[in-house]
Design a protein. Structure first.
Length: 197
C-alpha cells in the first residue's frame, strides 16, 4: 500500500507534497494544451465564447464586391424621365429639373450617371444655350440598379449660357421659350418646354 501510505526514509508529508506537485503540473499541462488548441483554431478565452456568433455572421459586402461581375446597363434597359418644377419662371427664378433613371430590364445592372455622362441640354430653337456637362468634372456615379429600381435626382440651371470647355463669364439667357432634354447612355427624353420671363 505504497500509494496511500508512503514508505521511505523521508517523512510521509514530503511524499504527499511531491504527489500534489506532480498532479498540479499534469493539470497545468492539460489546461495549457486545451488553451493552445483553442488559440490555434481561432478561439480562446472570452473571444472563444463569441466565436460561434461571429462565424455565423456574414460581413456586409463592399461596393467592389457588390458590383463585381454586374453587367453594365444596356440602353434598352434604361428608362429616363425629366420634369421641370414650373412651366414659366419669373425673372430671377431658377429652373429645377427632376430626373428619374429606371432599370427597365430584367436583371440588376450598373450605370454611370455622373455629371460628365448625364446631360441636361437646354436649347432655344437651334441655339444651344446650356448643357450640364459643359463644366462637369470627370467624377463617376455608379448606380447599381435592380430591375424596376428608380434613381431620382435634381439638376438646377442658373439661367446663364455655357459652352463646351466651361469658358467663364457667359451671358445670361434672355426671356423666351426654351426646351430641355435629358440624355444618358445613348437614351434621351422628350423635350420639356418652359419659358423664362
Amino acid at each position: 500500500m505504497g500509494v496511500l501510505r508512503p514508505e521511505g526514509s523521508l517523512p510521509a508529508r514530503v511524499y504527499w507534497v511531491r504527489r500534489a506537485v506532480v498532479v498540479l503540473v499534469l493539470a497545468l499541462v492539460v489546461v495549457l494544451a486545451v488553451l493552445g488548441v483553442r488559440a490555434l483554431l481561432g478561439g480562446g478565452g472570452d473571444d472563444g465564447a463569441a466565436a460561434p456568433t461571429d462565424a455565423g455572421t456574414t460581413p456586409a459586402p463592399t461596393d467592389e464586391e457588390t458590383t463585381e461581375g454586374t453587367p453594365v446597363c444596356e440602353p434598352g434597359a434604361v428608362g429616363l424621365e425629366m420634369t421641370a418644377d414650373a412651366t414659366t419662371y419669373a425673372a430671377g427664378a431658377l429652373p429645377t429639373f427632376t430626373i428619374r433613371i429606371t432599370n427597365t430590364g430584367a436583371a440588376t445592372c450598373l450605370l454611370d450617371a455622373g455629371d460628365a455622362q448625364r446631360q441636361v441640354l437646354i436649347t432655344s430653337g437651334s441655339d444651344r444655350i446650356w448643357a450640364s456637362t459643359d463644366c462637369a468634372t470627370g467624377e463617376t456615379l455608379q448606380l447599381l440598379l435592380a430591375p424596376g429600381q428608380v434613381d431620382e435626382r435634381q439638376v438646377q440651371w442658373d439661367r446663364s449660357r455655357s459652352v463646351e470647355g466651361c469658358t467663364p463669364d457667359q451671358p445670361a439667357a434672355q426671356p423666351g421659350t426654351y426646351q430641355a432634354v435629358l440624355a444618358l447612355g445613348g437614351v434621351s427624353t422628350e423635350p420639356v418646354v418652359f419659358g423664362l420671363e
